[in-house]
Ligand binder design. Structure first.
Ligand SMILES: Nc1nc2c(ncn2[C@@H]2O[C@H](COP(=O)(O)OP(=O)(O)OP(=O)(O)O)[C@@H](O)[C@H]2O)c(=O)[nH]1
Ligand SMILES: [Mg+2]
Length: 307
């Protein structure tokens, strides 16, 4: 059955893609088989993370990017990641992405991920879904995250280009710098530049980046946008295409492939070790110990366990 689905995946059949994603989300055994089978076909898509505080305009910009990429004949997969929501299927998060517009376009695939159904971490799940879309042949994969917490950072850390969206009035810029998002972002949008305060934010961001980065070309990385009017989208698009060109270079692909390969081996080792460890005997020992008010040191506990 999985073989049929994988065949369907190569033809970009929406149903096969959806089914494979569900299997990967829900079943451990099939999960590994699917991820192993698609692995040779991954690493061809360009992955973009879009992050920023709630309401900054992430969905607005995502919509504009989908349109722009489609105009240039790129196929686009969109993964919406919301660690705070227990709902999947686009009920909450997706409602600002114009999903209905793309119902008939087989080169656009949109999927929401929330905490429900995720066995591993949400970022692992996002990456697995991206790998499926990658293997299906989607040229571009966009991750839209909600907020800027650790899970969101984990998600966007795996992508090729990270767009951080800030807005003049949010005042979140300093907090975000602390949260470590600034370090991993490589394109900064000052969205809602139709509102006052955008010049101030631009200047303080430029200052901050000048101080914290050795790169000279800071200016091209900061783009003032008005999402509702599509202002700035051409500039974002240009920056993304440039980065895509670099990522398509053979050396970059090799390095990426290698580090992904090592990561997958690591993941497998961890999964195998966990499986082996959680025997009924060990579960009972840990359970008993965790109920004791005064807990023994872990080193002593480990002597009792069979590892
Ligand atoms: N004035 C102004 N409003 C904008 C701009 N861009 C987006 N908006 C509005 O801001 C609101 C939030 O936009 P979204 O794109 O949904 O923001 P988001 O970051 O995806 O929001 P969440 O997913 O809820 O975190 C919407 O009402 C948009 O129409 C802009 O450049 N200027
Ligand atoms: Mg949104």
């Amino acid at each position: 059955m999985i073989e049929d689905l994988l065949e369907g995946l190569k033809q970009k059949h929406i149903q096969s893609i959806s089914k494979l994603i569900s299997l990967v989300e829900n079943n451990n055994q099939e999960r590994q088989e699917i991820l192993d089978s698609i692995f040779p076909y991954t690493n061809n898509s360009f992955r973009i993370g879009i992050t920023g505080p709630p309401g900054a305009g992430k969905s607005t910009i995502t919509n504009l990017l989908i349109e722009k990429f489609r105009q240039h004949d790129f196929s686009v997969g969109v993964i919406l990641v919301d660690p705070s929501s227990p709902y999947t299927g686009g009920a909450l998060l997706g409602d600002r992405i114009r999903m209905d517009k793309y119902y008939t376009d087989k080169d656009v695939f949109i999927r929401s991920l929330a905490t429900r159904g995720s066995k591993g971490g949400l970022s692992d799940e996002a990456e697995s879904v991206a790998d499926i879309l990658d293997a299906a042949g989607f040229d571009i994969i966009i991750f839209e995250t909600v907020g800027v917490g650790q899970i969101e950072i984990d998600v966007v850390e795996q992508v090729d280009s990270v767009i951080l969206i800030l807005v003049p009035e949010s005042g979140d810029d300093i907090q975000m710098m602390k949260a470590g998002v600034i370090e991993i972002a490589d394109i900064f949008l000052i969205n809602k530049s139709d509102r006052k305060g955008s010049d101030y934010l631009y200047a303080s961001l430029e200052n901050f980046l000048n101080l914290s980065s050795l790169e000279k070309d800071i200016k091209s990385k900061i783009i003032k946008t008005v999402g509702t009017k599509g202002i700035g989208i051409n500039q974002i698009f240009k920056q993304l295409l440039e980065r895509r060109e670099i990522s398509l270079k053979k050396e970059t692909i090799n390095t990426k492939h290698k580090s992904k390969y090592i990561k997958r081996i690591n993941d497998l080792i961890i999964a195998k070790a966990k499986n082996k460890f959680w025997t009924e005997k060990n579960i009972n020992i840990v359970k008993r110990e965790s109920q004791n008010k005064k807990k023994i040191p872990l080193s002593k506990l480990f002597k009792k366990l069979s590892i």
